[in-house]
Design a protein around this ligand. Structure first.
Ligand SMILES: [Zn+2]
Length: 328
């Protein structure tokens, strides 16, 4: 169990709802631990504020769940971001997980946000079979995925980069875990709508990890436990993971029916942007008055947050831009 979880969530879960939670767990007979992520509004809030084509929304949803599932693997209190940069119809995606700010994770949820840039025409031209089988190649193309951890409070920033070489984002993350060698890890991620077109998005993620077993005989007991856990995650029914009507502990029991699994206190998460009028105001004032004047359209400067699509409108006099007069 990493320090992050040990420090904060040692008592058993109480009064939990089923959605927007990251539930840390440990398989007690082994050193395997992990997290179960169940997102309702936490993912729908990120995807719903943009008019994404369906496959783009799904892929961005996956990146958001991965950020929430992976965050607990690292010892940090700040922010983890996953950022793709590539040459395909979706040249850029970003998902951010910010750890809970207060002492009580039930009061201050971890914050999720993210967005994708896309070329609607190119996305519409993709074949469904390519989207189903190799979504990363079809939508993102060639490029890389950067994992950045900003621990905040003056800590040192960490960045790891992996090539977008898997068929899915999960496979790309597995490539990153293999090369990072800090721990063995595996992920399972599912994203879907609750009903037909236009209904809210839901998402589920399971991540397991353990310390690397370098040099251990391949078929020793620990490896057997590990590969058994991977098989259980992989074979879990997608509908059951996305259902959302059962408490997370029940879902965990379904994934690991015969293993003694201990659940720790869950971390609440929600979609939440950090933009504000004050921040936009400060950003605009970092430009010269002349540059601000060039931004005016119809006497106003309008700034739209790429993450949450909130719009901030400033009148010229609010930005200390002198009115243009005929004398000028
Ligand atoms: Zn925003």
């Amino acid at each position: 169990m990493d320090d992050y979880n040990r420090m904060t969530y040692t008592s058993p879960p109480t009064d939990i709802s089923t959605d927007d939670l990251v539930l840390p767990f440990q398989i007690e007979s082994s050193d395997i631990h992990g997290r179960l992520v169940t997102l309702g509004h936490g993912v729908d809030g990120v995807l719903g504020s943009h008019d994404y084509p369906e496959p783009v929304a799904k892929l961005l949803g996956e990146l958001v769940v991965i950020s929430a599932a992976a965050a607990g693997a690292f010892k940090f209190r700040g922010m983890l971001s996953l950022h793709t940069s590539s040459d395909g119809p979706v040249p850029m995606m970003i998902a951010e997980y910010r750890a809970p700010g207060g002492d009580d994770p039930r009061v201050a949820p971890a914050a999720l946000r993210g967005y994708a840039r896309f070329d609607a025409e190119k996305v519409a031209a993709l074949a469904q079979s390519d989207l189903d089988q190799t979504p990363v190649a079809a939508l993102l193309g060639s490029g890389h995925l950067a994992i950045t951890i900003d621990p905040g409070a003056g800590g040192e920033r960490y960045q790891g980069v992996t090539a977008l070489e898997g068929s899915t984002l999960v496979e790309c993350m597995h490539g990153y875990f293999r090369q990072s060698e800090q721990f063995d890890a595996a992920l399972r991620v599912d994203v879907g709508r609750t009903g037909g077109d236009g209904t809210p998005w839901r998402a589920s993620g399971v991540m397991v990890q353990r310390l690397p077993k370098k040099g251990a005989p391949f078929l020793d007991r620990e490896n057997e436990d590990w590969f058994h856990a991977l098989a259980l995650i992989g074979s879990m029914d997608r509908a059951a993971l996305l259902d959302g009507s059962e408490p997370q502990k029940t879902v965990l029991k379904k994934i690991f029916p015969n293993e003694p699994v201990r659940a720790y206190r869950p971390v609440r998460v929600d979609s939440q942007c950090r933009c504000s009028r004050d921040k936009v105001d400060t950003m605009l004032h970092s430009f010269s008055a002349e540059d601000r004047a060039d931004m005016l359209e119809d006497g106003k400067v309008t700034v739209t947050c790429e993450f949450c699509a909130s719009t901030y409108v400033f009148e010229a006099d609010q930005l200390e831009i002198p009115p243009r007069t005929s004398a000028q």
